[in-house]
Design a protein around this ligand. Structure first.
Ligand code: ZN
Length: 138
C-alpha cells in the first residue's frame, strides 16, 4: 500500500461555520491519477469536524439548528468549568460529527453523490485556521 499525504489550510469564522471543501479535496485526490484508491480527509483539533452534506442554503441552516437542540451553545458544560473558554458545546458537537471522512476513487472517479459535498465545520467560538490532511491510499 502506498500513502500519499496532501494538506491545505482553511480560515473559518467559527460558530458552526460550514465550509464546502470538495474542490480542495478533489485537487489533492486527483493529483496522482489513480484508478482505484481511498481518500481520507481529516481535520486536526477537538472543536472542528469533517463530514458530507448536501451543501445548499436550507441544509446549511438545518444542521446548525439540529446541533443547537443537541448541544446548545448557552447550556452549562463541565468543560467550561475546567478551562473557562466557553466552547463546551463545540467539543461536544465535534465529537458527535467526527474528525474525518473517507471516500473511494473507483475507475478514476471520486464516488461522491451529485448532491453530496465534503464540508469542514468549525464549532469553536472564535475564528480559526484549520489544517486539513488528505491521505490518498492505494
Ligand atoms: Zn475548550
Amino acid at each position: 500500500m502506498t500513502i500519499r499525504n496532501g494538506k491545505f489550510q482553511i480560515n473559518t469564522r467559527g460558530f458552526t461555520d460550514i465550509i464546502d471543501i470538495t474542490q480542495k479535496v478533489k485537487n489533492e485526490a486527483y493529483k496522482h491519477n489513480l484508478k482505484d484508491a481511498l481518500v481520507h480527509v481529516y481535520v486536526a483539533g477537538s472543536t472542528a469536524s469533517i463530514t458530507a452534506i448536501e451543501y445548499e442554503p436550507g441544509l446549511v441552516k438545518d444542521l446548525p439548528e439540529a446541533l443547537d437542540r443537541i448541544a446548545p451553545m448557552n447550556a452549562n458544560y463541565h468543560h467550561d468549568e475546567t478551562w473557562h473558554d466557553g466552547n463546551g458545546h463545540a467539543h461536544v458537537r465535534a465529537a458527535i460529527i467526527g474528525n474525518s471522512f473517507s471516500v473511494p476513487i473507483v475507475e478514476g472517479a471520486l464516488q461522491l453523490g451529485t448532491w453530496q459535498q465534503i464540508v469542514l465545520i468549525d464549532f469553536d467560538n472564535k475564528p480559526r485556521v484549520r489544517n486539513v490532511t488528505v491521505q490518498v491510499l492505494d
